[in-house]
Design a protein around this ligand. Structure first.
Ligand code: IPM
Ligand code: MN
Length: 355
C-alpha cells in the first residue's frame, strides 16, 4: 500500500467547512480505489490559534511541514486580524520557504455552468494560468519611513530574479507544449515597469527557443483583461507574475464560472519541498457558518493533489464526480443551484461510491 502523509491546514472561515468536505471525499475515494493510504495530520494553524495563543503556528512549523508529502490548505483570514498579518504569518511563508514557484490555476466553462460572458459557451474557454508564486510583487520587501507624518513614504519593492523568472517560464512553456493547442501568452506590464518586467519578457524570448513548437505571444496585463473577456477562445496557457496572476485568476474564475470552483496548486516542481493545494477563494466571512460555501474548489484542489502524488485514477474519479455534479445542476447558489455545502458533498460522495 502506497502511503501518503498529508498535512491538513483548514485555517479559517469557510476554509474549515470546505476542508471537512474534502477529507470526506478523499477518504471515500481511497476506499473505492484502494492501493494507497492517505494519512492526514490536521493542524490547528489559523486565526483561532492566533487569538488564543498569540501565534498562527507553533515554533518550528515550517520544518515540521517539510516532512509531509503534500499540504492541503483551506483558507486564512479573520475579521479581527489585519489581512497582512494573517497572510504573512501563514500562507505566504509556505509558498516562499517551500519554493512553490508555480501556482497553477486552471479554469474552463464546464457543462452545466451558467453563461457568464455573452458569447462564451462550453469549449470556448479552457485556460491554465501559471502564476509566479515566490517573488515579484509579493517579495515582501520594502518599508515605511516618516510614519504618520505628511512625508511618510512607503515602498513596496518587487523583485524579479533571472532564475525565478526562468524557472516559471520554463514550466509554463512545458505545460503549453503538453496541451493540444500549444499556445502560450506571456503577460507583463513591461511598458511601465521597465526593469523587472523587461527582464520577464527577455527571459520569455530566451526560453521560447527551447520550445519551437509552442506558439506564443506577449500581452500587457491591462489589455489582457479585455482579451480574456472578449476573446476567451484566443487564449490557452497563460504565464504571469505573482500579483498579475492573483488578479487574472480571479477574473478567470469570474468569467468561466465561479470562484467557488476555482482550484489551485502551489508546486515545487523540484519536489525538494512539499507542494500545497488550495482553493483560490478565501475565508469568506460573509457566508461562513451557513453551510453555503461551494466545496468544489477545495475538492478539485485535492484531486490535483492526488495527481501530484501519482494517484491518477483516484484523481480522475474525484474530478469526474465534481464535473458530473455541476453538469447535473447539483450545485450551490454561486452556480445557480439550491444545494448546501453538505448536500453537494453528499452528491460527490455518492458519485464516487457509485450509488
Ligand atoms: C490567492 C489569495 C492569496 C494571494 C492571499 C490570501 C494571500 O488571494 O491565493 O489568490 O493573494 O495570493
Ligand atoms: Mn487571490
Amino acid at each position: 500500500v502506497r502511503q501518503h502523509n498529508i498535512a491538513v491546514i483548514a485555517g479559517d472561515g469557510i476554509g474549515i467547512e470546505v476542508t471537512a468536505s474534502t477529507l470526506e471525499v478523499l477518504r471515500a475515494v481511497q476506499k473505492k480505489v484502494g492501493g494507497f493510504e492517505l494519512k492526514f495530520d490536521e493542524l490547528d494553524y489559523g486565526s483561532a490559534r492566533y487569538k488564543a495563543k498569540g501565534s498562527y503556528t507553533p515554533e518550528g512549523w515550517l520544518e515540521h511541514l517539510r516532512k509531509f508529502d503534500a499540504i492541503f490548505f483551506g483558507a486564512v483570514g479573520d475579521p479581527d486580524v489585519p489581512d497582512h498579518i494573517s497572510l504573512w504569518d501563514l500562507i505566504l511563508p509556505m509558498r516562499q520557504k517551500f519554493q512553490q514557484y508555480v501556482n497553477v490555476r486552471p479554469s474552463a466553462i464546464l457543462p452545466g455552468i451558467p453563461a457568464r460572458i455573452t458569447n462564451a459557451q462550453v469549449g470556448d474557454l479552457d485556460w491554465v494560468i501559471v502564476r509566479e508564486n515566490t517573488e515579484g510583487e509579493y517579495a515582501g520587501q520594502g518599508g515605511r519611513t516618516h510614519v504618520g507624518t505628511p512625508w511618510e513614504t512607503a515602498t513596496e519593492v518587487s523583485i524579479f530574479t533571472r532564475r525565478g523568472v526562468e524557472r516559471v517560464m520554463r514550466f509554463a512553456f512545458e505545460i503549453a507544449q503538453k496541451r493540444p493547442r500549444k499556445l502560450l501568452t506571456v503577460v507583463s506590464k513591461s511598458n511601465a515597469q521597465r526593469y523587472g518586467l523587461v527582464l520577464w519578457d527577455e527571459v520569455a524570448e530566451l526560453v521560447s527557443k527551447d520550445f519551437p513548437d509552442v506558439k506564443w505571444d506577449k500581452m500587457l496585463v491591462d489589455a489582457m483583461t479585455v482579451r480574456m473577456v472578449s476573446k476567451p477562445k484566443s487564449l490557452d496557457t497563460i504565464v504571469t507574475t505573482n500579483l498579475h496572476g492573483d488578479i487574472l485568476s480571479d477574473l478567470a474564475a469570474g468569467v468561466s464560472g465561479s470562484i467557488g470552483i476555482a482550484h489551485s496548486s502551489s508546486l515545487d516542481p523540484t519536489r525538494e519541498s512539499p507542494s500545497l493545494f488550495e482553493p483560490v477563494h478565501g475565508a469568506a466571512f460573509d457566508i461562513m457558518g451557513k453551510n453555503l460555501a461551494n466545496p468544489i474548489a477545495a475538492i478539485m484542489s485535492a484531486a490535483e493533489m492526488l495527481r501530484w502524488l501519482g494517484e491518477n485514477q483516484a484523481a480522475e474519479i474525484v474530478e469526474n464526480a465534481c464535473k458530473t455534479s455541476i453538469a447535473n445542476g447539483q450545485t450551490t447558489g454561486d452556480l445557480g443551484g439550491k444545494l448546501k455545502t453538505s448536500e453537494v458533498t453528499q452528491v460527490v460522495l455518492e458519485l464516487i461510491e457509485g450509488k
